[in-house]
Design a protein around this ligand. Sequence first.
Ligand SMILES: NC(=O)c1ccc[n+]([C@@H]2O[C@H](COP(=O)([O-])OP(=O)(O)OC[C@H]3O[C@@H](n4cnc5c(N)ncnc54)[C@H](OP(=O)(O)O)[C@@H]3O)[C@@H](O)[C@H]2O)c1
Length: 333
Amino acid sequence: MINLGIIGTNWITDQFVQAAHETGNYQLVAVYSRKLETAQTFGEKYGDVEYATDLETFFALEHLNTVYIASPNSLHFEQAKQGILAGKNIIVEKPAFSTPKEMAEIIELANQKNVFFFEAARNIHERAFKTVADFLPLKNQIIGADFSYMKYSSRYDKVLAGQEPNVFSPHFSGGALVDLGVYPIYAALAWFGLPNESIYYGQKIATDVDGIGTGILRYDHFDVTIRTGKIGDSFQQSEIYLTNGTLVMNAINSIDEAVFHDRNHQRREKLSVHQLENPMIEEAENFAQVILNPTDHKLGTEYEEWVELSRNVNQVIYDMRKSAGIVFDADEE
Ligand SMILES: NC(=O)c1ccc[n+]([C@@H]2O[C@H](COP(=O)([O-])OP(=O)(O)OC[C@H]3O[C@@H](n4cnc5c(N)ncnc54)[C@H](OP(=O)(O)O)[C@@H]3O)[C@@H](O)[C@H]2O)c1
């Protein structure tokens, strides 16, 4: 059993704890919050849980072995570092870290301390995602792709009212690219590998981060277009163009419909994909298998691949952000 602690008490943490419990591999044992009352309100529904309002006390809890971090983006790095130094495995919400320097430091530290670091990029852990990956090599060459993830955030109302909510703040490493843009970028790098070049055109909002934008990832023989945003909604499907047809997916995460339109045979092939009610169960299960079987070679290799993917996604997002002139406080050395 994995003794789980959490940092950040918003709805996403509830969803993760429920998913973790549903796998049967985790038990929530500790909650950190800046306020005791908030910690108690969060933890009381999960049974016998310890509470902490300072991180030192929280990470010193001996029976705690894995911590899920879902705080504002810019806080992930210091919290993860503190957790690793205390010997805990860490599961960090996407986007894990603000810069390649932070990412490299955490990966190295986790290796040194012999603990695991996972970025909670849920789409790559969905079975549907692997079904698409397995389908792709069977077809001829890829000639392009168009991935979209854009959803209006109610917190944009606050920006319009003159405020700076964390998710739209350069102080907290916010904006559309690093938030929802991370999913299409993860998909492109997981399915096609590291691009040769990347560029992003983001439209800045009043808080000086991107509210909406378009990116291009250049590969040897094709380009991938990334469309993302948090100040509007997209109902566009995501597509992969192959020399003999087109794979059309309803989304780039939580894929529950994927159809290949075969041009040569004039037919449609429906891939067998479906989604679980809680979209975080598959990642929670994957992380648990690695944590619970630290000497398993196959799982170890898979873990290394996830870490390298996190590192590459972080670098590409950083390059794209720089190309669009989006600057975070975390960029300052
Ligand atoms: N995987 C997904 O589908 C998904 C969905 C949503 C969000 N996320 C990720 O989850 C993370 C949290 O996102 P969110 O929208 O929940 O963020 P948020 O509401 O801004 O903050 C999350 C938690 O962090 C703590 N916090 C807030 N402001 C803080 C501050 N100024 N200083 C210290 N702690 C602060 C609060 O917990 P306490 O009050 O208890 O301290 C809060 O509940 C982000 O990295 C985001 O990208 C992932």
